[in-house]
Every structure is written in structure tokens, then in C-alpha cells.
Design a protein around this ligand. Structure first.
Ligand SMILES: Cc1ncc(COP(=O)(O)O)c(C=O)c1O
Length: 346
């Protein structure tokens, strides 16, 4: 049975062309700075994001946590949004590895305001309190249906951060989805942040890797901490080649995934048992719930038996994520299966 994989955009597999690029990559020892393909990827990503330097890292988590580690000291505060990945889904790393406390703000679709920041910023001028060193934003905001930060809101948060001597980090795991959603280029967003991490292994289809970009001094520090954490890689050019291939071929097609998400969402909205807000589909993610007492975990099991994989999450929400391994025909198939299964599941 053909599987329609909608659990996550991390499920993409390298295509034969990407694998050829990997096999043909020129390599060297990256811990000596001698892997030409890694160097090319870092230069290309720094240029695309409008930053001085970039660092190839193993994952989005590593990119975020190196951003925290290299821009804070133990005991500092970091401001982040309540449902962000950096705090909620990175194994407690900010506390464990950087010794920081995270102050969570409740955003609207992940977006918070300078007024909320001002309430929690610690200026280090009172012996009782810590000092806030960093503010982090997530763009697109995963838990808010892949919502792209409005640029105006980002510029205000950035200005507030900078005027309070905070560094500003963007978890841009899906920054290029934000660009595809709004039509803006990456630098329109990244001009407002000091560091940005982007993932190659989600909608861009590479098997491994993310890139952290920023000013040279911060990236040098991040390189040092990456080594400290065992993330120094050797002939990583085989992986970087996949990233370069993804940059060249897979950024420009992300809009297609968003169109698929919208089409699937609209079809789901027609089903009596489905509760979905179409205005909350912003990029490649759909969240919906079930009416009439239907159990989402059971529904996801039934869908999976028919070859359509989605993710049931607390509290009773189902997530579907589109990506380059889901074709238009597969969206048709998913719609057909949802019509069949979600009307009869009990
Ligand atoms: C918004 C966001 N940031 C960071 C990450 C972490 O990426 P990785 O799984 O590569 O560590 C994810 C992963 O899904 C994510 O959704």
C-alpha cells in the first residue's frame, strides 16, 4: 500500500539526484576547516541570510542551543514564547547546557510584544535578579499552524531587545516556509535578528543538518561549543552537499506544499466530524480536531491502516504536515481516505 506521510516534514527522504550530489561531494576534515563542500554550504547560507558567517550543525536543536550557549552566560535569562521548540522540545538543553532560565511569554500565534518583554526583562541592576541576555522567536511558529511572524511585529521585538542590550535569535527551522507564505525574502526577516538557525532536513528534504548564521564572533564561539558538545564533524561534505542541493532545488518549490495543505484543509472542513479553522492554515501545517466525541488517537490509527499517516497530539488535536515527498495525487488520496475514515470512526 502506498503511504501518504503527513506526520512531519522531517520524514522526507533524499531523492536519487540529491544522493548523487552527496556521493560526488568533495570532502576534507571539517574540524580543520578543510571540507570544501561544508565551507561552500556555510558561505552560501550566510549570503542568503545576510549574515557574516554560518556554521553547519547536526540539527535544529543543536543550532538553537548553540545560539543560546554562545550568546548567554550561566545564570542569564532568555525570553521565549510559551509553546516554542527551543524550550519545550529540546530535552531541557537551555538549562542543562547553558545554565539559563527561560522566561516564557504567551504569544498570539507565537507572536509576543515589546510590552510583554518589558515586564520580564531583568537589567542586572538588582542583586536579587538575573540578567536577561537573549530573546528568541520562532518563525514559522510550529504550534500555531506554521504561522509566519509579521515583519512589523518582529521589528518591534527586535528593537525592544536591542535597546535593552539583548541578543535576538530566530529559530528559523521553517524560515523558508515563512518566505513562501508571505512572498518576502529571508533577509527581510533576518535583518532583525543577530542569529538565525534554519533546517535543511525538514521541508527542504536533506537527510541531516541545519545551519546557524550570525556575526563572525558569535559563529566562532558556536563552532567552539559545537566541538565541546561532540558536534565537530569530519568529512561532512557528503551531508553538506545534500544541503546545497536542497538550497538550489527545494526552497523555490515550498509554495506547492502550502497549496497542498490548504487543499487538504478545505476538504477536511467539509466533513461533519472535523473542526478546523481554515484561517489558521498559514504554511505547510494543518491542525484540526474531531467533533461528536470521536477519539483522535483512534482516528489516526484508522487513517494509518488505510495508508495515511497523521499525528494525534495533546489535547486531542491532529496534525498533518505537507512536504516535498507528498504529491498532489497523494493529497487526493489523503482526502479520499479522510472522507471514508473520519465519517465512520467512533
Ligand atoms: C520550530 C522547530 N525548531 C527546531 C526544531 C528542531 O529540529 P531538529 O529536529 O533538527 O533538532 C524543530 C523540529 O521539528 C522545530 O519544529
Amino acid at each position: 500500500m502506498e503511504i501518504v506521510e503527513l506526520r512531519s516534514d522531517t520524514m522526507t527522504r533524499p531523492t536519487p539526484a540529491m544522493r548523487r550530489a552527496m556521493a560526488n561531494a568533495e570532502v576534507g576534515d571539517d574540524c580543520f576547516g578543510e571540507d570544501p563542500t561544508v565551507n561552500r554550504l556555510e558561505e552560501a547560507m550566510a549570503a542568503l541570510l545576510g549574515k557574516e558567517a554560518a556554521l553547519f550543525v547536526t540539527s535544529g536543536t543543536q543550532g538553537n542551543q548553540l545560539a543560546v550557549r554562545s550568546q548567554t552566560h550561566h545564570g542569564n535569562d532568555v525570553i521565549a514564547e510559551r509553546y516554542c521548540h527551543l524550550f519545550n522540545a529540546e530535552a531541557g538543553a537551555a538549562g542543562a547546557l547553558s545554565g539559563v532560565q527561560v522566561r516564557l511569554l504567551t504569544g498570539e500565534r507565537g507572536v509576543f510584544t515589546p510590552a510583554q518583554m518589558e515586564e520580564v526583562i531583568q537589567r542586572g541592576d538588582n542583586v536579587h535578579y538575573g540578567r536577561t541576555a537573549l530573546v528568541a522567536v520562532e518563525n514559522t511558529h510550529n504550534k500555531s499552524g506554521g504561522y509566519p511572524w509579521p515583519v512589523e511585529a518582529l521589528s518591534r521585538v527586535s528593537e525592544c531587545g536591542r535597546s535593552n542590550n539583548l541578543r535576538v535569535h530566530m529559530d528559523g527551522a521553517r524560515l523558508f516556509n515563512a518566505c513562501a507564505s508571505t512572498g518576502l525574502n529571508a533577509q527581510t526577516y533576518t535583518q532583525y535578528v543577530d542569529t538565525v538557525s534554519v533546517c535543511l532536513s525538514k521541508g527542504l528534504g536533506a537527510p541531516v543538518g541545519s545551519v546557524l548564521a550570525g556575526d563572525q564572533a558569535t559563529i566562532d564561539a558556536a563552532r567552539y561549543y559545537r566541538k565541546m558538545l561532540g558536534g565537530g564533524m569530519r568529512q561532512a561534505g557528503v551531508l553538506a552537499a545534500a544541503g546545497l542541493y536542497a538550497m538550489e532545488h527545494n526552497i523555490s518549490r515550498l509554495r506547492e506544499d502550502h497549496d497542498h495543505a490548504t487543499r487538504l484543509g478545505k476538504a477536511l472542513a467539509d466533513l461533519e466530524n472535523v473542526e478546523i479553522d481554515l484561517d489558521e492554515i498559514h504554511s505547510n501545517m494543518i491542525f484540526f480536531s474531531l467533533r461528536n466525541g470521536l477519539d483522535p488517537f483512534e482516528a489516526v490509527d484508522r487513517l494509518s491502516e488505510e495508508g495515511v499517516r497523521m499525528l494525534a497530539m495533546k489535547p486531542g488535536v491532529i496534525r498533518a504536515v505537507t512536504h516535498l515527498d507528498v504529491s498532489g495525487d497523494q493529497i487526493d488520496r489523503a482526502i479520499e481516505v479522510c472522507r471514508e475514515v473520519l465519517t465512520r470512526v467512533s
